[in-house]
Design a protein around this ligand. Structure first.
Ligand code: NAD
Ligand code: MG
Length: 381
């Protein structure tokens, strides 16, 4: 029987790569639901191409357009609640969480509540609410399989030994487009420069996060929750070629890594077929093209975002939610030309510094912290 797959964020970079993977594995995968933020035309086109019985769009104003554009008989839902309802009412064997940002939390949470196997690309939901999602997954029998390439690499490398024998994990980072730039030049970088990632082709928000290295900061928090590791056991190493996707160091000093081309179709497919490994469409590594692999330590002076990630992971509570939301708001302002590039991380730092935390936050506290951080960014401007 084919695996029934629901894709949240189908029109995005990850969503479309997942659909390519699914098309190549058509014998074993059936798409049973798709969602998008506001692009009704693209969602309808994908629904038609993959004969998908149910779709949901977050933007309620796009409901009529979507309903008219999908084949007759397609179930159409709208609004943030519509996405959650789709997750709750669709019999799926696998849910790919690939919405960008904190907006992905409700649907990801719903999939975990349903006890699904969840391929997690939407790292922001874990950064924000890992303290809720991880225990909920255990309670509901849900399985979280990382799709983020570093965390997929660690997930794979962890199979080489016992969890109690892990000394640390090492997240690799390309360093982004400004890896070798001086601080002054980084501070004044343009949107076009920030969107020119050297190795990965991704959606705009994560591409800007890679340029500030907030992406790696978020990934520190993501690894903390996914693998139950304290921040001291999570290191970051710059690796400009993006071929070694991350490493696990065991107590005996052995380092186990996962390598491959920088192509998200590999970790997406691995999550979809786990624990099987099947031939796929991702680019394969050609060693004749690789040349040398470089590794360097990150520079905390030029990339202060990393330390913010560690600080938020150490503090816990609502810190992840605050850090993430402040960054999302700041990135939006940068994209709209309201603040210079250098202000993004400074705003996140400022807002994180002003936040008064609550112990053991529940979902309402986390959502309130997310709202507060976005408002605080406005007040700082
Ligand atoms: P993207 O911007 O290309 O796509 C985002 C998707 O989310 C789209 O389908 C969009 O319609 C939907 N969306 C946007 N706002 C929404 C809202 N308010 N409600 C519901 N849906 C909404 O982003 P992406 O690059 O595909 O990234 C998706 C997630 O995967 C992010 O969390 C990102 O950090 C993570 N990720 C991406 C990559 C990559 O290579 N692109 C790699 C690792 C992790
Ligand atoms: Mg990553």
């Amino acid at each position: 029987m084919p695996k029934r797959v629901l894709i949240l964020g189908a029109t995005g970079s990850i969503g479309r790569s997942a659909l390519e993977v699914a098309a190549a594995l058509a014998d074993e995968i059936r798409i049973v639901g798709l969602t998008a933020g506001s692009d009704a035309a693209s969602l309808a086109e994908l629904a038609r191409r993959f004969s998908v019985p149910a779709v949901a769009i977050a933007d309620e104003n796009a409901f009529d357009q979507l309903r008219r554009a999908v084949p007759a008989g397609t179930r159409v839902l709208a609004g943030a609640e519509g996405l959650v309802e789709l997750v709750q009412t669709t019999e799926a064997d696998f849910v790919l969480a690939a919405i960008v940002g904190a907006a992905g939390l409700p649907a990801t949470l719903a999939a975990v509540e349903q006890g699904r196997v969840v391929g997690l690309a939407n790292k922001e939901s874990l950064v924000m609410a890992g303290a809720l999602l991880m225990p909920l997954a255990v309670a509901r029998g849900a399985t979280l399989i990382p799709v983020d390439s570093e965390h997929s690499a660690i997930f794979q490398a962890l199979h080489a030994g016992r969890r109690e024998d892990v000394r640390r994990v090492i997240l690799t980072a390309s360093g982004g487009p400004f890896r070798s730039w001086p601080a002054e030049r980084i501070a004044a970088a343009t949107l076009a420069e920030a969107l020119r990632h050297p190795t990965w082709n991704m959606g705009p928000k994560i591409t800007i996060d890679s340029a500030t290295m907030v992406n790696k900061a978020l990934e520190i928090i993501e690894a903390h929750w996914l693998f139950g590791l304290p921040p001291e056991q999570i290191d970051v190493l710059i690796h400009p070629e993006s071929i070694v996707h991350s490493l696990v160091e065991f107590q005996d000093g052995s380092l186990i890594a996962q390598l491959g081309t920088p192509d998200m179709k590999t970790p997406i497919q691995y999550a979809l077929t786990y624990p099987r490994r099947v031939p796929g469409i991702a680019d394969r590594l050609d060693w004749r093209q690789v040349g040398c692999l470089r590794f360097e330590l990150p520079d905390p002076a030029r990339f202060p975002a990393l330390e913010l990630g560690y600080a938020a992971a150490r503090r816990g509570g609502c810190s992840g939610a605050v850090f993430n939301a402040a960054n999302e708001a700041a990135v939006t302002h940068f994209r709209n030309g309201r603040i210079p590039f250098g202000r993004i991380v400074r705003l996140a730092e400022q807002v994180l510094g002003r936040h008064v935390d609550v112990a053991q936050p529940g979902l309402a506290d986390l959502l309130a912290a997310d709202r507060w951080a976005r408002e605080e960014v406005e007040r700082c401007l």
